[in-house]
Each structure stands twice: as C-alpha cells, then as structure tokens.
Write a protein that binds this ligand. Structure first.
Ligand SMILES: CC(=O)N[C@H]1[C@@H](OP(=O)(O)OP(=O)(O)OC[C@H]2O[C@@H](n3ccc(=O)[nH]c3=O)[C@H](O)[C@@H]2O)O[C@H](CO)[C@@H](O)[C@@H]1O
Ligand SMILES: C=C(OP(=O)(O)O)C(=O)O
Length: 421
C-alpha cells in the first residue's frame, strides 16, 4: 500500500494543468450504454474511479478501454449486442457512482440489476430519489438480496419533483428519461456544471433536453441515440485544491484550464481569506497573502460552496489569523479529517454540523491517515504547510479522484513523494 510523504515549508510557484473532471467522466461513461456503437471521450482523468467504471462496463459486455502512449486521456466505449445489464456488488462496493448505470440500463434494455450502494465514510448516502424518479417513469423496482432490480417495457415521461437536490440522482433519472416515451419534467434538480456537461453529451447523442444547469430540466424522449465524441470538462474540485495549495504554502500558482465560472464560490472564499485570485491565460491564478484571514463558510449545492472543497478550505483556515466557522450541510459525517488535523496541531472543535476553526501559528508534520477522498487531499495540503515530515497513509482514497496529485505538486516545487507504506 502506498503513502504520500510531504516535507513542508516550500512555497509553490508556477503553472499546473487541471485534469478532466471525475464527476463528469463517471456519468458520461455510463451514458455510453444508451447507444450502440463506439463512443470516444477525451480528457478522461486517469483515476481509480474511472478504471472502476470501465470495469463495470466491461463486466456488462461492453468494450471499454483507455488508449495508451500519447493518447492516454482517451477512452473508447463500444456497445454492441449481448449486454448483461448487471452491476455486481464487488464493483459497486468500491465505487458508489457505479449506480449511474441504473438509469441508462433500464431505459435501453428494459431491465437492470445493480447492487445497492452502501453508506460510506462521509454519510449514509441513500438512493431513494434515484428510485423515486425511475418509478415515476414507469420502472417496476424491487430490492432483492442487496440488489436493485428495475424492469420496464418502455419508460414513459412524467413529472418528478426531487425531495432534495441530488447530483447523481438528477443524472440517473435524466439518462433514463432521454429514451422514455413523451415528456419528462424534472424539478428541484442539481445545477452542478457536471449535470450540464452530461446533458451536453446526451444532446450530442441526439437527446432533446432543455434547462440543464437550472433547477427544472425538460426532456422529450427519443427512440434512439447515437454514439458520440466528447472532451470532458476540467475538474473544478481538483483546480480548487491546487489553488488552496498555492494559498497555504505562501506561493503563487496558475491552474490552467480551470473554469472560473464553475468556481465562483471557492474563488470568493479564497479572496475573503486574503488571496489574490485572478483569471488569466485560460486558467485561474491564486497568490497567497502575507497573512490569511478567517472566513465563515457553509457548504450548499451548486452554485454554493461545494462540500467537496470543505476539507481543503478548512486546512487553509486552520492557519489563518483568527476564528472561522465552517458548516457542512450536504453530508452528515464529513469532518473525518479533523481528528487527523488535530494530530498536526490544528485547533478545531466540532459542534454538530459545524466546525469552529481557531487559526494556529504553525502545523507540525505527523503520520496521519486518509479517511476519504477530499480528507486525503486536505492532509497533503496540511503537510505542505507543516514544519517537518507528514506521512499520509491509505492514499488509495486519493487515487480515486486525483490524477497524480503528488507529481503536480512536485512540479510546483513541493517536496513530496509516493512511497511504499
Ligand atoms: C460522482 C459524483 O458526482 N459525486 C458527487 C455527488 O455525489 P452524490 O450524487 O452521491 O451526492 P448527492 O447530491 O446525491 O447527495 C446530496 C445529499 O442528498 C442525500 N441523498 C441523495 C440521493 C438520494 O436519493 N437520497 C438522499 O438522501 C445524500 O445522502 C446527501 O446528503 O454530489 C456530491 C454533492 O455535491 C459530491 O460530494 C460528490 O462528489
Ligand atoms: C464524495 C466524492 O465522490 P463520490 O461521490 O464519488 O464518493 C468526492 O468527489 O469528493
């Protein structure tokens, strides 16, 4: 098992490129199931989660490969006859986003058997809203031996009002509705850029979708879709993490390809903390201030401050001059990084969904353990700032969602290495 070893104290400088977005790549790869033939995607990040989605598709009988050499960012998915519409427990348990095949499978093949994802480190994460949407479109859903079984002759359009805003729920039901008979109206939808990106791909495939990126999406079902070629949009969470790396290390970094319109809430909070954040040369630059100021933040759905940046911002605020208050309103258990940050000298108190972060003058390097994807990133960020050596164990969490983060940080001047634990 690998660990990441960081020796703190170096200010990061230079340019780095954001990779393709995990949370766009996963639903888009799943959407290939909606059309026969070969779809080709570029700028697909080389992540464990993407490899898992390719494996899910191969298990069903699709061709699903990443190209090699100079075309490593390209994935080709081929869908033909003989698809087994089933996603087994062994794969779904390693990546809950595997559930994104449910909508496409039931729409296209009239049946699906997908292992029910369990809870995970950050929360219970039920899929009741995915199932509510599919049922409204006419799917007959049963839960048997840990599997969701969905059946339908042909789905039909319906109005679905989500009880809460769910990103993958919106995506799953949107993918089902594109092949349903008639009009579907989805209300209270997630407005994340990745939902909009999925809709863009579906429209390229021949779907009729209006309103993606707003809270009401209207879909007029079509009889068939075609395979597609598409380049995945840049990862706003990876980009945000790299901006925080610049800020916490006292550096100045340009994250190329970062899309400022997708990162407004994060940029706003970095500016409130005293950073100089500018848009230039097709990217976003962050220059650290002399002294970081405290900031209050509440995570909410897009366009609010993303929960996937909460741990990283918390680390930054742990060395600000003053007290910050961070409220987590998306997941009920997303403060797992706090106990590890205590081991590095941070002063953070958790009160229910709120963390009170009193800035400290210094963090000290320590052996720490990653508990989930963004917690891993936050511990590495802490290590960049800390005095001495930080060993971040269990980096398989990091590899789910960051493409060679240690190489990107090393390119900016960090003293960071991957080692055998
Ligand atoms: C692959 C992907 O895109 N993952 C992202 C997606 O996860 P994901 O789509 O799983 O997150 P959701 O938006 O669904 O979850 C939001 C909240 O709704 C709850 N909920 C969700 C669905 C449901 O049927 N019932 C229910 O109660 C969840 O437990 C959570 O408390 O959005 C999250 C919130 O921005 C991000 O942190 C994840 O990185
Ligand atoms: C929570 C995350 O991802 P997932 O939904 O894939 O678990 C994340 O990207 O921070």
């Amino acid at each position: 098992m690998d660990k990441i070893v960081v020796k703190g104290g170096r200010a990061l400088h230079g340019e780095v490129q954001a990779s393709g977005a995990k949370n766009a790549a996963l639903p888009i790869l799943a959407s290939s199931l909606l059309a026969d033939g070969q779809s080709t995607y570029r700028n697909v990040p080389d992540l464990v989660d993407v490899a898992t989605m390719l494996k899910v598709l191969r298990t069903m009988g699709c061709g699903a490969e990443r190209l090699t050499e100079s075309r490593k960012d390209v994935c080709e998915i081929t869908v033909g006859s003989g698809i087994t519409p089933e996603a087994p427990y062994d794969l779904v348990k390693t990546m809950r986003a595997s559930v994104l095949v449910l909508g496409p499978l039931v729409a296209r093949y009239g049946r699906a058997r997908v292992s029910m994802p369990g809870g995970c480190a950050i929360g219970a994460r039920p899929i009741d809203q995915h199932l509510k949407g599919l049922k409204a479109l006419g799917a007959d859903i049963t839960l048997t031996e840990g599997y969701v079984e969905a059946r339908a002759e042909r789905l039909h359009g319906a109005t679905v009002n989500f009880d809460l805003i769910t990103v993958t729920g919106t995506e799953n039901v949107m993918m089902a509705a594109v092949l349903a008979k008639g009009r579907t109206v989805l209300e209270n939808c997630a407005r994340e850029p990745e939902v909009e990106e999925l809709a863009r791909v579906l429209v390229k495939m021949g779907a009729r979708i209006e309103g993606a990126g707003t809270s009401v999406i209207t879909i007029d079902g079509v009889d068939r879709l075609n395979p597609v070629e598409h380049a995945i949009l840049p990862d706003r969470i990876e980009a945000g993490t790299l901006l925080v790396a610049a800020a916490i290390s006292g550096g100045d970094v340009l994250v190329k390809h970062a899309v400022p319109e997708h990162m407004e809430a994060v940029v706003l909070k970095l500016r409130e903390a005293g950073c100089t954040v500018t848009t230039e040369n097709g990217g976003v630059r962050c220059k650290a201030p002399e002294t970081l100021r405290p900031v209050d933040v509440t995570t909410t759905e897009h366009p609010g401050f993303p929960t996937d940046m909460q741990a990283q911002l918390m680390v930054l605020l742990s060395v600000a001059q003053g007290t910050s208050v961070i409220s987590e309103h998306i997941f009920e258990n997303r403060f797992m990084h706090v106990a590890e940050l205590h081991r590095m000298g941070a002063d953070i108190t958790i009160q229910g969904p709120t963390a009170v972060v009193k800035g400290v003058r210094k963090l000290s390097g320590a052996p720490v353990m990653a508990t989930d994807l963004r917690a891993s990133a936050s511990l590495i960020l802490a290590g960049l700032r800390a005095e001495g050596r930080t060993d971040v164990q269990r980096v398989y969490h990091l590899d789910r969602g960051y493409e060679r983060l240690e190489l990107k940080l090393r390119g900016l001047g960090a003293d960071i290495q991957r080692m055998k634990a």
